[in-house]
Design a protein around this ligand. Structure first.
Ligand SMILES: *[C@@H]1O[C@H](CO)[C@@H](O)[C@H](O)[C@H]1NC(C)=O
Ligand SMILES: *[C@@H]1O[C@H](CO)[C@@H](O)[C@H](O)[C@H]1NC(C)=O
Ligand SMILES: *[C@@H]1O[C@H](CO)[C@@H](O)[C@H](O)[C@H]1NC(C)=O
Ligand SMILES: *[C@@H]1O[C@H](CO)[C@@H](O)[C@H](O)[C@H]1NC(C)=O
Length: 355
C-alpha cells in the first residue's frame, strides 16, 4: 500500500519458490529492501510455519523436507526456505522460532512465529487438521508478551532470549493466513454461502488485528491468499471434472473465491489504515505473484507449473492423498515411497500442497 509495495513485489518475486537462491538478498541487512525492524511476529499457516505445528503435535517431519537448504529436517513444509525465512534474512535477523518450540534454548529476542500448518482464520473444529487457528495464535502472542514483560521485571538473566518492551511496538506483524479456510468443497455451497464464509473470515481476521493494535502493534504486513485452485491437492480433490478447470489447469471456483476474498481483504486493509492513522498497514499481493509464476512458469526457469516435485502417482499431478511426500505405504503387496524429484528448482510446487 505504501512505499514498500513496489520493493516488496520485486523482493517476493525473487523469493517465491522455496528453492530459488537469491544473490540479491545474500547480504542480509544490506539487501535491496530497506526493511528495518528489530523483531517480527508472524501469524499464518504452512506458508510460513517454521515448526509450530510439528512441535505442537509432537511430530518430526523428516527428509526430504529440508533437503535442499537445511540438509536436515527443518519442520517446514518445504525443501528449503520459506518466504518468511528470506524476509528475515533480508532484514538481517535470524530465522524465527516457533512459539511452541521447547527444545534447546530458543530465542525470541527478534520475534516469534505463531504460524501453524493447516491453520485457519476461523476457529478450529473437531474436524480441523490444526488446532492453532488465528484466534489462538493471537492469544498465544498476548500470553507471550505478558510473560516476557513479567520475566523482565523479575530478572535480567533472560534478556538475550527475550525482546525488550519497545520491540513489541517497533516490530513487524506479518500475516499469511486464509488459504485453508477456502480449501474446501466449494461446489456444494451456494454463492450466498461462499460470500457469507468470506465475510466471517474477514470479521475474525479484523478482530485479531484489533487485539494486536490495542496491544501496541503498529507495523502490519498482510499477505493475501494465493491461487488455491492451482494446488495439485485441490485439483486432485475438486478438479477431476475437466470443465471445472481453467486454461492453466487450475480449479476455477477456488481461484475465484481467492480473488473475491483478496479484494475484500484489500478493502479491509484500507479501512484499517484509515482508522489506525498511527499504523502502517501493507497489503501484499501474493496471489498475482504466484499466479504469474504458474502461468508464466517457463519464463522463470521452471519446467512444471503444477505437478508436485515430491509425491506419488506421476503426471499430471504426481499427487496422491494416500501417500504424501516422504511417506511409505504398502500398495498391492509392495512398498512405495513418495519421493522428491531430482531437481526441485524445475517445479513451482514442492509437495503438491505448497508452492
Ligand atoms: C553483498 O553481496 C555482494 C554479492 O554477494 C558482494 O559482492 C558485496 O561485497 C556484498 N556487500 C557487502 C557490504 O557485504
Ligand atoms: C510508517 O511508514 C512511514 C514510511 O513509510 C514512516 O515514516 C512512519 O514512521 C511509519 N509509521 C509508523 C507508525 O511506524
Ligand atoms: C504473464 O506474463 C505476461 C507478460 O509479462 C503478463 O502480461 C501477464 O500478466 C502474465 N500473466 C500472469 C497471470 O501474471
Ligand atoms: C494397485 O493395482 C490396481 C490394479 O492393478 C491399480 O489399478 C492401482 O492403481 C494400483 N495401486 C497403486 C497405488 O499402484
Amino acid at each position: 500500500m505504501k512505499m514498500m509495495e513496489m520493493n516488496l513485489l520485486i523482493l517476493v518475486l525473487t523469493l517465491l519458490s522455496c528453492s530459488i537462491h537469491s544473490p540479491l538478498l545474500a547480504n542480509g541487512s544490506n539487501s535491496i529492501v530497506g526493511l528495518q525492524y528489530p523483531a517480527v511476529f508472524n501469524f499464518g499457516d504452512s506458508n510460513s510455519d517454521t515448526g509450530e505445528f510439528f512441535a505442537g503435535l509432537g511430530v518430526r517431519l523428516g527428509l526430504p523436507f529440508g533437503s535442499t537448504y537445511f540438509h536436515k529436517p527443518s519442520s517446514r513444509m518445504c525443501d528449503g526456505r520459506l518466504i518468511l525465512d528470506f524476509l528475515m534474512e533480508a532484514m538481517g535477523l535470524p530465522f524465527l522460532n516457533p512459539y511452541l518450540n521447547a527444545i534447546g534454548a530458543p530465542s525470541f529476542r527478534n520475534g516469534c512465529n505463531f504460524a501453524a500448518s493447516g491453520g485457519t482464520v476461523l476457529p478450529a473444529t473437531a474436524q480441523s487438521v490444526c488446532p492453532f487457528s488465528f484466534g489462538i495464535q493471537v492469544a498465544q502472542f498476548l500470553r507471550l508478551k505478558a510473560e516476557v514483560l513479567q520475566l523482565q521485571s523479575e530478572t535480567k538473566e533472560l534478556d538475550k532470549y527475550l525482546p525488550p518492551e519497545d520491540y513489541f511496538n517497533k516490530g513487524l506483524y506479518m500475516f499469511d493466513i486464509g488459504q485453508n479456510d477456502f480449501s474446501i468443497d466449494l461446489d456444494s455451497m451456494s454463492l450466498h454461502q461462499v460470500l457469507a464464509l468470506i465475510q466471517k473470515v474477514l470479521v475474525e481476521f479484523e478482530a485479531g488485528i484489533k487485539k494486536l493494535y490495542d496491544e501496541g502493534a503498529r507495523n502490519f504486513w498482510v499477505h493475501n491468499t494465493g491461487p488455491v485452485g492451482c494446488i495439485a491437492q485441490i485439483i486432485a480433490y475438486y478438479g477431476t471434472d475437466p470443465p471445472k478447470l481453467d486454461e492453466h489447469g487450475c480449479v476455477s471456483s477456488h481461484n475465484q473465491v481467492a480473488i473475491i476474498f483478496n479484494l475484500q481483504l484489500h478493502e479491509l486493509c484500507r479501512k484499517l489504515q484509515s482508522q489506525y492513522t498511527e499504523a502502517n498497514i501493507t497489503y501484499t499481493d501474493i496471489f498475482t505473484i504466484k499466479f504469474d509464476l504458474i502461468v508464466n512458469y517457463s519464463r522463470y526457469g521452471f519446467k512444471q507449473p503444477i505437478m508436485a516435485c515430491c509425491g506419488y502417482g506421476g503426471p499430471p499431478l504426481n499427487y496422491d492423498s494416500q501417500i504424501q511426500c516422504g511417506q511409505t505405504r504398502f500398495f498391492n503387496g509392495s512398498s512405495v515411497t513418495a519421493q522428491a524429484c531430482d531437481d526441485s528448482t524445475e517445479y513451482v510446487s514442492w509437495d503438491g500442497c505448497h508452492l
